[in-house]
Design a protein. Structure first.
Length: 64
């Protein structure tokens, strides 16, 4: 008797789809998230000296 077995799944198309998805996600992370994070870090670094300049020190205070 012959058994009714399911054919073996073809793994190559599934592997290619998985690879394409992982590549898409990696490119998205590199192009969107990493520049956004570095812009935030640059904005914070640029804001720190500006905040220090707004404080009035006794040497910069204008005499009244």
């Amino acid at each position: 008797m012959t058994e009714n077995t399911a054919p073996a799944p073809r793994l190559l198309p599934n592997a290619l789809l998985a690879l394409a998805f992982v590549t898409f996600v990696a490119i998205g992370i590199v192009t969107v998230l990493i520049p956004a994070l570095s812009d935030d870090a640059e904005d914070e670094a640029a804001a720190e000296p500006a905040a220090a300049e707004t404080e009035t020190s006794p040497s910069r205070a204008t005499p009244e």
